[in-house]
Design a protein around this ligand. Structure first.
Ligand SMILES: C[S@@+](CC[C@H](N)C(=O)[O-])C[C@H]1O[C@@H](n2cnc3c(N)ncnc32)[C@H](O)[C@@H]1O
Length: 242
């Protein structure tokens, strides 16, 4: 899979230089943690039906991309109702964080009901994680990065808590590179916020501002409008890009 080309043509037929991507707004919408957690507190009861099956192929592909080895320490950011917990190999050590207590409650129920071992669930803000640097082999954010108020800050936290040589994996919908699709996604973004996400998050801008250099970006799900972004964290002697 080719590396992302930061100088190709994108939405609006504008040439996006790296410097432009490094400073522009990533979405037309702004949101606060309280609003987001309020939305997910209400969604908890129906989440598995509304965001479950339609997004599941991407989740399975992400797990395959991780290449999890026995004993790997894995962090799932925005674990929600724990819809992914059965996908992890039983010998992995998984920590799931979320800031919505009702979503976490659903995750705890699932873990107990399905007898899942090796999964710890913690209430925590993804933008301010309480883990030391390099705590995990794999740090994974499925369908979260367009939900949080500050995606760049969350990505930096993910990078910080990943060990050098580990993987940072982001599964998400990003703004279309097609002119019409992009306009529509910007238009509806203030509305999609009310069901839990911004529809117009700018991938090139996000990568530039978070200083991420993915080793692959794959289109997943159907329609193929979601991206699976895989980064490898470089060693401490090298600049902070993955
Ligand atoms: C769309 S759900 C994704 C759930 C699950 N990862 C999946 O694959 O379906 C987004 C989750 O991120 C959580 N979330 C949003 N902002 C967060 C933050 N700043 N810190 C922790 N969790 C957050 C929400 O509460 C919600 O449970």
């Amino acid at each position: 899979m080719p590396l992302f080309d930061r100088t190709t043509r994108h939405a609006g037929d504008e040439i996006m230089s790296s410097s432009d991507a490094a400073t522009r707004a990533l979405s037309v919408t702004a949101v606060e943690n309280d609003f987001v957690s309020g939305v997910y507190d209400k969604l908890a009861a129906v989440y598995d039906y509304t965001f479950g099956p339609g997004l599941h192929r991407g989740r399975i592909q992400a797990i395959q991309r991780m290449g999890i080895k026995p004993g790997d320490r894995l962090l799932e950011v925005g674990v929600g109702t724990g819809i992914n917990v059965l996908l992890y190999p039983p010998e992995s050590q998984v920590v799931g964080i979320d800031f919505s207590a009702p979503m976490l409650e659903k995750a705890r129920e699932r873990v107990a009901r399905r007898g899942v071992r090796g999964v710890r669930l913690l209430e925590m803000d993804a933008a301010d994680m309480k883990f030391p640097d390099g705590s995990f082999d794999i740090v994974y954010a499925p369908y979260v990065i367009s939900v949080v108020p500050d995606p760049v800050r969350v990505a930096r936290e993910m990078y910080r808590v990943c060990r050098p040589g580990g993987k940072v994996i982001i599964l998400n919908h990003f703004r279309s590179q097609n002119v019409l699709g992009s306009r529509l996604e910007r238009l509806i973004s203030p509305l999609t916020l009310h069901i839990g996400f911004k529809s117009d998050l700018d991938l090139p801008g996000f990568l530039a501002q978070a200083n991420l250099s993915p080793v692959s970006i794959e289109k997943v799900n159907f329609p193929r409008i979601w991206s699976l972004v895989t980064c490898i964290k470089e060693g401490p002697a090298t600049p902070p890009s993955c």
